[in-house]
Design a protein around this ligand. Structure first.
Ligand SMILES: [Zn+2]
Length: 392
């Protein structure tokens, strides 16, 4: 009996030791879920031509879709993981980055007719030792993941600024024009699980700095039908309440992942010009998440913008060339005044990281785009859109 107790004691001690080791590794970010399941940093990009370098320096470059906040990582430090951190943002000459907070990640994400409601982020949150409330409750998860951005800004000594209102963005542009080394970031919600499908929760999200939200992700939701979902229906009555609530608060409906009918329904009632943070043209690459050209044109005709996602689902390949072909195609469909960059940093393997953005400027010049069109695509459209859509 005595041997058995001491054996059990040793097991308990070993387990306690493992928990302490795991805690130390996660808290010091030496071993996090991103090391196990995330992407590795890409090699530094080759130098671009003098002409591209000179133009890129003068542009206000913006990307409207990074998923980086799901990971436990200090974004003020250069990392060997993912596609984004603030030192690499500076290297890439990027002025403004939009972050979309993901609060669920089902196993099935490819193709259409999806109904899988599983959530791999819960296990990720346990491994990365999120606060218990962020593991168990979707609204708290969104608030917790979003609050990381605020903390990064607070520690940046004013160099990284949270954009909540159009005035914040104007101020950022003025400071940059005056030669200050400052960059902007803002928050949105990917999918809508983070609202727990109660439109009143948009109020809490708005107060926490969220300025846009999708209505669905890979599957149909109580708000709306997804482009990858089962019904291919439209906005539900509760979804209409959600859009109304967002309009009242000053939040933008992000139409990424919405079914074509959902998009038509939102276009009919939303007060703000439409936004699709990440998609592609279905006539370039056939995926349920890519939109028909007629709908892309309608979004832009109403003063909206369309961000191109860089993942293969949107561009049909894993090379930089595939991204550039899809970008070229999208510009031919909607014109240079409607296109933005909606990368999808840090979620899935991509050929382009934030420090590679001068390569996109160079590729546009090589493809014959003039300075005005390049300026718009690289960030001018995104900035114009946000100046008009963010609350005053
Ligand atoms: Zn997405």
């Amino acid at each position: 009996m005595e041997t058995l107790v001491s054996f059990g004691g040793w097991i308990a001690l070993a387990l306690a030791g493992l928990v302490i080791l795991w805690t130390v590794l996660v808290r010091t970010q030496l071993l996090t879920a991103e090391h196990l399941f995330g992407t590795r940093a890409l090699p530094d990009p080759p130098a671009v031509s003098g002409l591209a370098k000179e133009l890129h320096k003068r542009l206000v470059v913006a990307d409207i879709h990074a998923d980086t906040l799901i990971w436990r990582r200090d974004l003020l430090r250069r990392s060997t993981l993912g596609h984004f951190d603030f030192p690499r943002m500076a290297d890439g000459g990027v002025a403004l980055q939009g972050f979309l907070v993901v609060t669920e990640a089902p196993r099935e994400v490819i193709g259409g007719g999806l109904t899988d409601k599983s959530d791999r982020l819960t296990a990720l949150g346990v491994f990365d030792q999120w606060p218990a409330r962020a593991i168990t409750r979707q609204v708290d998860r969104a608030l917790y993941l979003g609050s990381k951005l605020e903390r990064h800004c607070a520690r940046s000594q004013g160099r990284i600024r949270m954009i909540r209102r159009s005035g914040d963005l104007s101020e950022l542009l003025n400071r940059r024009a005056g030669g200050e080394d400052v960059r902007g970031v803002y928050l949105g919600l990917e999918g809508a699980d983070g609202t727990n499908y109660d439109p009143r929760n948009f109020q809490r999200l708005f107060e926490a700095g969220f300025r846009m939200s999708e209505l669905c992700h890979y599957t149909d939701t109580p708000f709306a039908a997804s482009s990858s979902g089962h019904s291919l229906g439209g906005l539900t009555p509760l979804g209409r309440d959600a859009v109304k609530m967002m309009d009242e608060l000053g939040m933008v409906v992000d139409l990424a992942h919405a079914s074509p009918r959902t998009i038509e329904d939102v276009l009919a009632i939303a007060a703000r010009p439409p936004l699709v943070t990440h998609t592609g043209s279905a006539s370039c690459h056939d995926d349920p998440k890519c939109l028909p050209d007629s709908l892309l044109r309608e979004v832009v005709a109403r003063g909206g913008i369309v961000g191109l996602g860089f993942v293969p689902d949107y561009v049909g390949g894993t090379e930089t060339d595939a991204v550039m072909r899809a970008l070229d195609h999208l510009v031919r469909v909607v014109g240079p005044e409607g296109v933005a960059l909606g990368s999808g940093f840090c979620a899935l393997p991509l050929p382009i990281a934030v420090n590679h953005f001068p390569l996109i400027t160079e590729a546009l010049l090589v493809r014959g785009y003039d300075e005005a069109a390049t300026t718009r695509i690289m960030g001018g459209n995104a900035v114009r859109y946000l100046l008009s859509a963010l609350p005053a």
